[in-house]
Ligand binder design. Structure first.
Ligand code: FES
Length: 178
């Protein structure tokens, strides 16, 4: 188990304390354990972003409406703004940082690039995490079903056509019916 250090460094070089609050927890994120302390009210989203510096997961509405904060818990898509960090001990958490294998992007990450599945990119980590789970769920067979099952992820840039095309491209490679 590797435990996080007491002083992480943010992008603007402001030190941040990974241990804030009274509850000692260990979260398994992208296959690595992180031991730290949190306030019991802290959301998983804020624990990821503010204390562990997994800033790939985005905070959009912070109310479960936009999908920008989507991560996987035990392989299932979950809105990290609506779950408490202290509830996720012993669970397998995957963030956008955990999708690529070394320098090899996940097929959906590559497909989003090739099919213009984003503009500003703010919603993209959540879109991709949702899309990975959608393919795993296996319920989407048509463009309309993809749109319906991705409807919890809002894109303010309106990159929806590219997002659907990217998902379909990966489905086709996976021999899933479209
Ligand atoms: Fe900008 Fe989706 S790419 S919000």
């Amino acid at each position: 188990m590797s435990s996080s250090t007491n002083n992480n460094t943010t992008l603007n070089d402001q030190p941040t304390d990974v241990n804030v609050g009274c509850c000692a927890i260990t979260l398994n994120i992208n296959g690595q354990d992180h031991a730290f302390t949190v306030e019991p009210r802290l959301t998983l989203l804020d624990a990821l972003r503010e204390q562990l510096l997994f800033t790939g997961t985005k905070k959009g509405c912070d109310h479960g409406q936009c999908g920008a904060c989507t991560v996987h818990i035990n392989g299932e898509r979950t809105l990290s703004c609506l779950t408490l960090a202290v509830m996720q001990q012993g669970q397998r958490i995957t963030t956008i940082e955990g999708l690529a294998e070394g320098n090899a992007l996940h097929p959906l990450q590559q497909a989003f690039i090739e099919h213009d599945g984003f503009q500003c990119g703010f919603c993209t980590p959540g879109q991709i995490m949702s899309a990975v789970a959608l393919l795993r769920e296996g319920h989407a067979r048509t463009k309309d079903e993809i749109r319906e099952l991705m409807s919890g992820n809002i894109c303010r840039c309106g990159a929806y056509n590219g997002i659907v095309e990217a998902i379909i491209a990966v489905m086709e490679v996976s021999d899933a019916a479209v």
